[in-house]
Design a protein around this ligand. Structure first.
Ligand SMILES: NC(=O)c1ccc[n+]([C@@H]2O[C@H](COP(=O)([O-])OP(=O)(O)OC[C@H]3O[C@@H](n4cnc5c(N)ncnc54)[C@H](OP(=O)(O)O)[C@@H]3O)[C@@H](O)[C@H]2O)c1
Length: 244
């Protein structure tokens, strides 16, 4: 039976928690999960690492220990941890928070993607890297300067990684999850309308029940990553396909 290794960031809540539950419900998937908060669950196939991914000097020191040398039949990396950041106009941003956001949303997944490729590239089995993106990667949203920029840059990095590693065994995705009912959406709704002109629209998504459940998005992500031959493009959006 095939044995998969999944390395997942941002597993403690929201979409990441749903992705974790999805993969732990499958047999034969070992998960290494990284967040600042460790969940109070134990599972024989789960290893949790509590790391602040915005602290790049610590991440750099830990990189070698994150990726096991044990042989698996599939390797998955899902860079999911992300932060909306300060919702304010450019010109009013705190440089410390901006640096933390760029570290978390962009540099940490760049470091992890690079290290994952280096570690497993000599292995001919299937390897899938999925960097969680956003519609904000292609749409400038007032008040989300750091968020839009980091997601756009990560999408480009993912496309270049695909070009640099064009072999049958690698698949790269920059995947938009839609609008998902998580803490990030709560944070967005708490913004001040003077900083975030789209506030009412985002409040009405919640009021009208238009946010997608994390479990459904996790299932779609699982389907896409399990069937890369059906999804040849790097840029993907879960809203563009249905589960069979
Ligand atoms: N929700 C949406 O509508 C939506 C839409 C488009 C894209 N996305 C993307 O989907 C991904 C997941 O978002 P979400 O909505 O599930 O957000 P969320 O509910 O806020 O969860 C974020 C996750 O990232 C982890 N995280 C945050 N800062 C971290 C740090 N410094 N170091 C390590 N882990 C950290 C959090 O864990 P700890 O706090 O325990 O560290 C948590 O597990 C993000 O990349 C987001 O940009 C979400």
């Amino acid at each position: 039976m095939s044995k998969t290794l999944l390395i997942l960031t941002g597993h403690s809540k929201g979409l990441g928690r749903a992705i974790l539950d999805h993969y732990l419900s499958m047999d034969q998937v070992d998960v290494i999960a990284i967040s600042r908060t460790a969940l109070s669950i134990t599972h024989p196939r789960l290893t949790q690492k509590d790391l602040d991914l915005s602290d790049l000097s610590v991440l750099q020191q830990e990189l070698d220990s994150i990726f096991p040398s044990e042989e698996f039949e599939n390797y998955l990396l899902i860079n999911n941890a992300g932060w909306i950041g300060e919702v304010k106009a450019i010109g009013e941003l705190d440089p410390k928070e901006l640096r933390q956001q760029v570290n978390l949303n962009l540099l940490a997944p760049m470091f992890l993607t690079n290290a994952f490729i280096k570690k497993y590239k000599s292995n001919s089995v299937k390897k899938v890297i999925c960097n969680i993106s956003s519609g904000a990667a292609t749409r400038p949203v007032s008040g989300w300067g750091g968020y839009c920029s980091t997601k756009a840059a990560l999408a480009m990095f993912t496309m270049v990684a695909d070009r640099d590693n064009k072999t049958e065994s690698f698949h790269f995705y920059s995947l938009a999850p839609g609008i998902v009912d998580t803490t990030m959406q709560d944070e967005i709704r708490q913004a001040d309308v003077k900083d975030f002109p789209e506030l009412e629209k985002f409040k009405s998504f919640k009021e009208k029940g238009e946010l997608t459940a994390p479990a459904l998005v996790a299932e779609k992500i699982g389907y896409l990553l399990g069937n890369p031959e059906r999804f040849p493009e790097v840029i993907q959006d879960v809203r563009n396909f249905e589960l069979p």
